[in-house]
Design a binder for this molecule. Sequence first.
Ligand code: PLP
Length: 266
Amino acid sequence: MTAIAVTIAGSDSGGGAGIQADLKSFAANGVYGASVLTALTAQNTLGVSAIHELPSAFVQAQMRAVYEDLSVGATKIGMLSRPNIIETVASELHRLQRLDGDRCGPIVLDPVMVAASGDPLLADNAVDSLVHHLFPLATLITPNLPEAARILGTDPAEGRAAMEEQARALHRLGARAVLLKGGHGAGATSADLFLDGEASFWLEAPRHVTRNTHGTGCTLSSAIAAGLAKGMPLAQAVEAAKVYITGAIAAADTLSIGQGHGPVHH
Ligand code: PLP
């Protein structure tokens, strides 16, 4: 059977992040991708100039259309923009999880908050809603250091001990597993911490210094969802996705896209 993953996320007109990155990452990782759009961004490598949110009823209509027909192996969630979209997505996923055979598969939640340019992609009042409604449904959450800090109301973690503490605090908020990404930290390597309440391990890769990191988080979380859709256990899907994103960042400078933060190379 064809492995299928769904992304519930925003569109990046510049093609580097959001739904566009997710679908490229699914394809590169051997999985058929379907998409449920939450918001459209008018965006390029320099920044976001406008956001058009879709009505939550239309987000629901897309989810019904996709999940009623396609046999979905995993779901990735990216930009959700506002509490009403978060609540709609959560209630649809909750319904799907309770149906026979768990129709949405494992859920990878990337708590997208800002674009690489620094423009906001999540309303200030939406963080609590994300934690309350979606963390309990998620198989894995994939915050970076600034996102983890905003969720926990602390400063970004510096060093491994602080990352361990924050990953445990995020786990206590209700997600089954946490991948705390260290890419925004300092040092010669980029180390991410995986923790699921039973096991924990570090994933390390050499740090490639490039300004072309647009879509990194989207690409990684989609690669994890692709692995899960293919039937990999969670820890293996996370390890394979880290290898994939490391290669995509290392090859980013072979592309020449736009004048700002260009995309990684799938
Ligand atoms: N989703 C959308 C629609 C975006 O435009 C962006 C960034 O611009 C993101 C998600 C997050 O991107 P990244 O993968 O760089 O964290």
